[in-house]
Ligand binder design. Structure first.
Ligand code: ADP
Ligand code: NI
Length: 218
């Protein structure tokens, strides 16, 4: 099968699997991450086939929805790509990206081994920021039955992926535990610049949110 058929078959597969998902890990998240990754990949001279396939498959089966199982994503992608007879070295590369891409806690480093991985991780992280990042955070928090905010529960610092996966704090805490930390962890120059803009927008949102919190106004 040629590369363009592999990409379009994979797009159809991911779309039918994630269409209508309600926590911000839906097909349109994948669609945005793919566009952003392709754009960053051009600037960084990354392999466009690996970038696009990894972006399409990066959330095909997420540990967050499979009892913390970190192997389910790479395993699902491997099976799919084998079926399409993608060559082994490309499968290994893409599965490595899927395994390494996720945020794992404020004290845990998440280095990507290749430029293709760096580009896809930046694209995924940009979609966690800005207006869309805010919307996704509350969609996810609602799905998990979390409070929007609780001033009596302080944000936590997570020293391991295990600890991070167990956290159940209110959604506003997620901004301090992850989202506000991302701008300093971007891999590419263009990603960093865009992250900075989206970060500022989220800061304004949080300031406004907290100013409305106790119900008083001027
Ligand atoms: P990652 O693999 O880095 O977790 P994903 O694409 O799977 O990236 O999606 C992460 C998104 O899921 C976050 O940006 C946020 O929108 C949502 N999310 C994950 N954990 C939480 C949480 N504890 N509270 C609110 N939103 C969360
Ligand atoms: Ni994602």
């Amino acid at each position: 099968m040629n590369k363009s058929d592999i990409l379009s078959r994979t797009e159809d597969y991911v779309r039918q699997k994630l269409e209508g998902e309600g926590t911000g890990h839906d097909w349109w998240h994948i669609h945005r991450v793919r566009s952003t990754a392709i754009q960053l990949g051009k600037k960084e001279d990354a392999d466009p086939f690996i970038v696009e396939l990894a972006a399409l498959l990066h959330d095909i089966a997420d540990h967050k929805f499979h009892n913390g199982n970190e192997e389910i994503g790479p395993e699902t992608a491997r099976k799919w790509l084998r079926q399409l007879e993608v060559k082994d070295s490309a499968i290994l590369h893409i599965c490595d990206i899927i395994r390494d891409i996720s945020y794992k806690g404020s004290e845990v480093e998440t280095p990507m081994k290749t430029i293709e991985g760096k580009v896809v991780q930046d694209a995924d992280r940009l979609d966690a920021l800005g207006a869309i990042g805010i919307a996704r955070a509350f969609a996810y928090g609602g799905h998990k039955g979390r409070e929007l905010y609780n001033p009596e529960i302080a944000p936590e610092s997570h020293a391991s992926f295990e600890e991070y996966k167990k956290s159940t704090g209110p959604t506003i805490n997620h901004f301090y535990e992850k989202l506000f930390l991302l701008k300093d962890r971007m891999n590419t120059e263009a990603g960093r610049k865009e992250a900075e803009k989206r970060h500022q927008f989220m800061k304004e949102f949080i300031n406004q949110f907290l100013s409305e919190w106790d119900g008083s106004f001027e």
